[in-house]
Design a protein around this ligand. Structure first.
Ligand SMILES: [Zn+2]
Length: 234
């Protein structure tokens, strides 16, 4: 598997000459309940990106972006947020910089809270003619630190999950919770920081979710390879 973390610049130059695609995992550093580490989103983004890079030799995994937009979790210890504006700017600058060497870039995002700055960054980069795609997993589970993310972490890093600390949080659907979260933060609806219920989480389910996400990211990368190169304006 190709990783920037283990590559020298001449190796990277050869990869970009060969038309390889750069994957930038985008996570967060934010509370994930009493039973999951604050790096959960970053760990998941890296696991999906690395899973895809193991399958498709033309994918190169960059070091992850571990700090992003997590303002709604600010009232919990361990949350380190850089806010929407800085996240947007960070992604725009990374996209510009990456496209100096790589024709195609995929941002592998595993934190829903980044969707607004991510969309805005994509719009700006597309306006400059850059081939950048924002990819996010389509888990159909609970919202935050519930069964879905707990199963994923049991598959990725079981030694960093504390099942005995796991407890249910607010179980209402996103449509009900979103305006409350945006106005008052997660703490106003869930004292333990969980939105969902980790009960029943297991590593098998996590491996299944991960495999489906990897499949989807591989398909996205294959589609991207078939897009003709466009001239970067600017
Ligand atoms: Zn998360």
């Amino acid at each position: 598997m190709k990783r920037l973390a283990t590559s020298s610049w001449p190796q990277v130059a050869r990869q970009s000459d060969a038309g390889d695609i750069l994957l930038i995992p985008l996570g967060s550093t934010e509370q994930h309940g009493p039973h999951l580490p604050v790096t959960t989103d970053t760990d998941i983004a890296v696991a999906v990106a690395e899973g895809a890079a193991r399958r498709l030799g033309r994918l190169v995994v960059a070091p992850p972006v571990a700090y992003a937009s997590s303002g709604e979790h600010q009232e919990f210890a361990g949350t380190l947020s850089i806010g929407q504006e800085v996240t947007e700017l960070l992604l725009v600058e990374l996209g510009r910089s990456a496209s100096g060497a790589f024709t195609h870039l995929i941002v592998v995002s595993a934190h829903g809270g980044n969707s607004v700055p991510l969309d805005r960054a994509m719009t700006r980069l597309h306006g400059e003619g850059r081939s950048v795609v924002a990819w996010s997993p389509n888990w159909k589970g609970d919202l935050h630190a519930g069964r879905t993310e707990t199963s994923l972490m049991l598959a990725i890093a079981p030694d960093r999950v504390g099942p005995e600390q796991a407890e249910a949080g607010d179980l209402r659907p996103l449509a009900t919770l979103l305006p409350l979260l945006q106005r008052h933060g997660v703490r106003s609806v869930s004292a333990n920081g969980v939105l969902g219920d980790p009960a029943g989480a297991n590593a098998d389910e996590g491996r299944g979710l991960l495999a489906a996400a990897v499949d989807d990211l591989v398909r996205t990368a294959e589609r991207l390879r078939s897009i003709p190169t466009v001239e970067v304006r600017q």
